[in-house]
Design a protein around this ligand. Structure first.
Ligand code: ZN
Ligand code: ZN
Length: 302
């Protein structure tokens, strides 16, 4: 079921608020770093940058990606989100490298935190805001059946867990005087950020290069062809490529050579309607062939 206009506006509002929340949390966490001089809290603030960027990319994806096709972009604008995601991933990797640099400096010269109690409290407030927003995103994502929203929420929740770990480690460092824990924690956070950035870049690049639909979707396409191609002989060379929520599907349909164009076209219309009804975002193009073009292997026999 396509989202209603009202639902889409709510999605936009949530995405825009995500940016505001991420900015605020990043600012508060940065203040906590300035109060304490802790590189672990610095890394925690940098991790919030990841959320700011993710939230902005989500907004761009919803806005630009949903522009209808036009003369210069007849297949639509779905790939806009991948461009912003690649850029985002690259910036995240830079953030991780900056943390490594800071952590290395602190590792050579471990120092006790200034104002540990106040700084940890300030960071704790930001973490609590994040936890509340994560809960709301997961809840709304479930209610609106939006995997993107609940995915954002779960990502944010994993950040909250990291922050809680950092806070616990710093409390331990303050109580025991083990200043070395601070840069070590920062290093762990940086490794996690590096992994996020790497995954994001790799995933987005693969999708920019016309990634095929999932095996599950391809199985459903073949089943829909088999169930709706009565009158044809076989289908072969089924190819799919995905662009955001759109799935472009094409295949060859072999029919008896003596069949009229009108009859073959009726089968094609039936197939297109059946596949597009079964698979969200599907756009189907079918190439008709006479029987001597049939392929012995890998075809969907009717
Ligand atoms: Zn063929
Ligand atoms: Zn037609």
């Amino acid at each position: 079921m396509p989202p209603t206009l009202q639902q889409k506006n709510w999605h936009l509002l949530v995405a825009a608020t995500s940016i505001g929340v991420a900015f605020a949390v990043m600012g508060i966490k940065y203040v906590a770093y300035l109060m304490t001089g802790s590189v672990a809290l610095f890394s925690d603030a940098m991790e919030s940058i990841v959320n700011v960027l993710t939230a902005i990319a989500a907004l761009i994806a919803i806005r630009v990606g949903s522009h209808p096709p036009d003369r210069r972009h007849p297949f639509g604008h779905h790939k806009a989100e991948y461009f912003s995601a690649v850029l985002e991933g690259a910036l995240i990797i830079v953030a991780a490298l900056v943390i490594f640099h800071e952590a290395y400096g602190a590792l050579l010269e471990p120092r006790a935190l200034t104002e540990p109690a106040a700084g940890l409290l300030v960071n704790g407030v930001a973490t609590a805001i994040n936890a509340g927003w994560a809960w709301l995103l997961i809840d709304r994502g479930r209610a609106w059946k939006s995997p993107a929203l609940s995915g954002d929420g779960r990502h944010l929740l994993s950040d909250v867990l990291t922050s809680v770990g950092v806070l616990a480690g710093l409390v331990l460092a303050t109580l025991t005087g083990w200043s070395i824990l601070d840069p070590l924690l920062a290093g762990v956070v940086a490794l996690n950020i590096l992994r996020l950035g790497y995954d994001l870049v790799m995933r987005s690049m693969s999708k920019l290069m016309d990634e095929a639909a999932s095996p599950e979707i391809e199985a459903r396409i073949r089943a829909a062809i088999k169930a709706n191609a009565e009158g044809a002989l076989q289908a072969h060379d089924v190819r799919t490529r995905t662009a955001g929520p759109a799935i472009f599907i094409e295949f060859h349909l072999v029919v008896p050579g003596a069949m009229t164009v009108a009859a073959a076209h009726a089968i094609c219309d039936r197939l297109e309607a059946a596949i597009e009804a079964d698979i969200k975002g599907a756009q189907v193009v079918i190439h008709v062939e006479p029987e001597h073009k049939a392929k012995p292997k890998g075809a969907v026999e009717v």
